[in-house]
Design a protein around this ligand. Sequence first.
Ligand code: WTA
Length: 674
Amino acid sequence: MTQEEANLEVRLEEQEEFEPPESFVEQANVSDPGIYEEFEENWPECWEGAADLLSWDEPYETVLEDDDAPFYEWFTDGELNASYNCLDRHVEDGSKNRAAIKWEGEGGETRTYTYGDLLNEVEAFAATLRDLGVEEDDVVTLYMPMIPELPIAMLACARIGAPHSVVFAGFSADALATRMNSADSEHLVTCDGYYRRGDGLDHITKANEGLEGVDHEVSDVVVVDRLGDELEHSLSDGQHDYDELIADHEGASVEPVSRDAEDMLFLMYTSGTTGKPKGVKHTTGGYLSYAAWTSHAVLDVKPEDTYWCAADIGWITGHSYIVYGPLALGTTTVMYEGTPDYPDKDRLWEIVEKNRVDIFYTAPTAIRAFMKWGEQYPARHDLSSLRLLGTVGEPINPRAWKWYYKHIGGEECPIVDTWWQTETGGMMITTLPGVNTMKPGTAGPPLPGIGASVVDANGDDVGAGEAGYVTVNKPWPGMLRTLYKNDERFIEEYWEEYSDEDAVNRQLTSPHSTSSREDADEWVYFPEDGAKLDGDDYITILGRVDDVINVSGHRLGTMEIESAVVGVEGIAEAAVVGGHHDVKGEAVYVYAIPEDGYEADADLEERAAEGILESIGPIAKPEEVIFTPELPKTRSGKIMRRLLEDIASGNELGNTSTLRNPGVVDDIAEQVDN
Ligand code: WTA
C-alpha cells in the first residue's frame, strides 16, 4: 500500500456541515429519506423506477439477469430506442416547441433547437447515415467539438442502432486513429474547425492525419463546416459536406429502430493502467435508465428547467449529463462552445444570467480557476435563477466548495459532489440534494441501491475514520457491460471475485483473481480509487490508486504518456507521474533519461513535449520535463513513483535509504521548480 498511503491522507480536519434549504427540499424530485431503505429492501426491483422514466417498445421480462456474472444484464428482453426517448416522445407529448438545446457559440452566436427542430435534423442525419451505408451495429466515430451537430450525430446514430464512439476533439490524430482501429470503425463524422479564444482552429487537418493511421478502409467521412470562409478546406474523395447532406435529406422520416435493452448504445474510450485505451461499452436500456434516473434524483432536473452541464461531450460527463440524461427527461440543456475566460472571465455567469439557468454542473478545476480570478466576475451577474449546483471529475477541496456555495449559489443552492466514472455510466456516490446534509469535500453516501463501500487491503469494510479502497459489491443498471471485444480484460481490470474459500485470503494488492468464475459467490467491482469513510457512512474520495492521473478533471494514463515519451528519438527511459497543482488538481511531470549521445537540452525537452502532444493531445501537456541520468529505483529495480510524485508536488521526501541509487534524488529534486 505504499503509493496509495500517500494518497490516503486525511484531508478534512474540521468538517463543516450544511443542510439543504427548505425551499429546495419542498420542490425536490426526491425528498423522502426513506428512499434508501426502500431501495435496499426492494433490490434489484427498485431499479424498475429508473426504467419507468423511459418509454419501452417492448416491456422487459427481468430486471437483473446475473447468471453469467460479472456479465450482468439489465431489463432483459426489453426493447427501446434512445433517440425516441430523447426526442419523439416529447414532441408527441406536446413539448415540440420547448427548447431542447440552447447552444452558445464562443463568439456570441447562439442557436436554439426546439424538440421539434432537433427531431427533424436528427431524422435527416439518420437518413443520411443510412444512405452512406451505415448499418445497425456499425460503430460511427464522432470526432467533434462542442457544436450542436455532435449531439445530433449521436442521436442519429442511436436512432438507427449504430453505436457511436465520440473522440474528444482535443485528442491528437494518433489518438483518433487508435480509437478507430480498436473499434473497427469505418465511418467518421468530424468538422473543419472550431473557435478557441476568437481564433478559428483547424481540426480537419488533424482528422485527415488520423485517417492516414487507420488500418482498415474508411468508407465515408462527413465534415461539418463550422468555420465557413475562415478556413478553406477541400473535401477529398469519400468526404461529404454535412449541410449538403442535410439539405438533401430534409423532411426525411426515419423510424427509430427497436434495440434490445442490452444492445450497445455507445463506446467510450478511457485511460487505464496499461498504455492501451479501454473501449467501455454502454447499453441502451441500462445506461439510459440510469442516466435519466440520476439526472432526476441527483440533478433534480425537471422538464421546465434550463439546465447546464459545462463539460465537453467528448467525455462521459457530457454523454450522460449534457445529452442523454437531460434530453430523456425532456428538459432544456445548454451547450457552450468556448472557454470560461473568453471574451472575459465572467463568460459563464453571463450565460447563466442570460438563459436563467436553474442547475449548473461543472468540475472542481473550473471552480478553482474562478476562485483565482476573483468573486468580482460572478458578482457582475444576476445568478438568482440557480437552484442547484454540482461538481464532478475530481475531489473538491473544502475551500473551493465553500467558494462555489457562497459566490455562485448565494448560499441558497445545495451542492452535489458526484463521484462516478466512465465505466459507471452515471453517478454513484453523492448526496441527494433534497435529502442529505452536505459536507464540503466529501462526496457523500452511495446512492440508494448502490452497494459502494470502502474496504481495507483484505477486502473488509473499514471503520469510521479509516481509509481504504472504494468497491462496489452490487451491479447497477448504468454499469459498463464489457470492454469492447475484450471480455478477458474487462474481468481482469475491474472485478474481484470472492468465494467463501478465499474470503480469508483476499488480497487487494493483487486484486485480479485468477480462480475460476464458476466458484464465485460474489463479484466486486474495483474503481481504483482510494477513499475515507466517516461516522455517517459518507465517503471522501482521495484519488486514484493506480497509474491514472487526473489533470483538470481529465483522466490520463501515465503509461500512455510514458510510451509517447520513450517513442521520442534520444530518450532512453521515462517515468511519468502526477504532481500537485493548485488549479488543475494534478499536473503531468515527466522524468526522462536521455540516450547516450544526446544532450539533455531544451531541444530534447521540446521534442519530448511534442511527442506527448502528437500521441495524446494538449490536455497531457507536461508541466515540466526533468532530465536525469538515472531514475530512483528500489533494489529490485522498480521505479519509485511515489518519490517522483513527492518531488513533483514539492512534498517533503521520506526515507530514500531503500533505494539502489539514493544519490540521484537530490539531483532530480534540484531541477524541479516548486
Ligand atoms: C475521479 C468522470 C473525487 C475518480 C465522471 C474517478 C472524482 C475518475 C469525482 C473517473 C468526485 C470523479 N470526487 N474524484 N466527485 N468524480 N472522480 O472516467 O478518481 O473521466 O475514478 O469519469 O475521476 O474519471 P472519468
